[in-house]
Design a protein around this ligand. Sequence first.
Ligand SMILES: *Cc1c(COP(=O)(O)O)cnc(C)c1O
Length: 372
Amino acid sequence: MSKVVYNFSAGPCVLPKQATEAAAAAIADFAGTGIGIMEMSHRTKPIEGMVAETEELLRELLFIPSGYEILFLGGGASLQFCMAPMNLLDSNANADYTDTGVWANKALKEAKRFGKVNVVCSSKESVYNHIPKSFEQTPGAAYLHITSNNTIYGTQWKEFPKANTYLVCDMSSDILSRSVDISKFGLIYAGAQKNMGPAGVAVVIVRSDILGKAEREIPTMLDYRTHIAEKSMFNTPPVFSIYVMNRVLHWLKNLGGVAAMEKTNIKKANLLYEALDSSKLFKGTAAKEDRSTMNVPFVLNPEFVSEDKKEALEKELLKSAAEKGLEQLKGHRSVGGFRASIYNAMPIEGVEALVGFLQDAELRFFTLLSNS
Ligand SMILES: *Cc1c(COP(=O)(O)O)cnc(C)c1O
């Protein structure tokens, strides 16, 4: 048997074994048809049924109220940075954006192409290490945009701000990780590859009454109404990606749904944060009250590791972690150090193994230090 590997990648990231195994089988033979899922028309009953079921599963797991449509689109979350304002924001109208990370910043830059963007708060000056929570909304703004979890910096809106109109939210890296009240949102979008499935599909959840109000001409493919009318089948949808997501959703449902997942996620995150808080060698980089349950960035404590020794030690630690099956722990270049992404599919055993590794590394480090 091969060694146990825990994959802490920020995305694409670990998926449940049941989902990847079902996907592998479906490549050869989908639903007993004798035809592989990638070789079958999206206009067939088995595929239409599977896509409809995926939508139902999302509706059920996220308690999506009536009046909201669910779409499966290509182009990732990044396409939604422009598609959302293109559909929701008139060129002479205002939208409020919160600048809480690189993704949030990309979203607001894109929105500027379509209307007036007010950056109502920003934590850029402090390398996005916290969520700036006190800000004023612009009177008459069409919507307030937030990024619910900042994948790179490991910060998360614990309580969503109350929008004067409605929230537009990039939920790419924490959708299905915790219970949310969908009714606060006009539009939610999420690339699947962080917590829901493979790359290639983005999920959009949109309250249909906010559409059709912007006056501009919208290209057919970029108009949400096109995809609503055609049930995400205006053109060929990313069927295989949707199928893997379908299996992930079944897995999640069998574990007790989002509320059960949330409990486990809090447990996993607490375990890791407690280890970091009691460590002298490692320290978390995000403000305590905003710490993400999904992405945990941490660095070597500069009190003990000088700038000139840092890189070599980081390298060595990443190498020895990988030897123990703890993979993809390198931090994002803008934060440095390490990042452990502990999405839904990361079992608690993976977090325990990481905590054990960090404690061992610390012990070794201080033993060497006192012997030198
Ligand atoms: C990864 C990520 C994105 C980009 O997603 P793509 O699907 O690659 O476009 C956007 N927002 C957040 C919060 C992310 O984590």
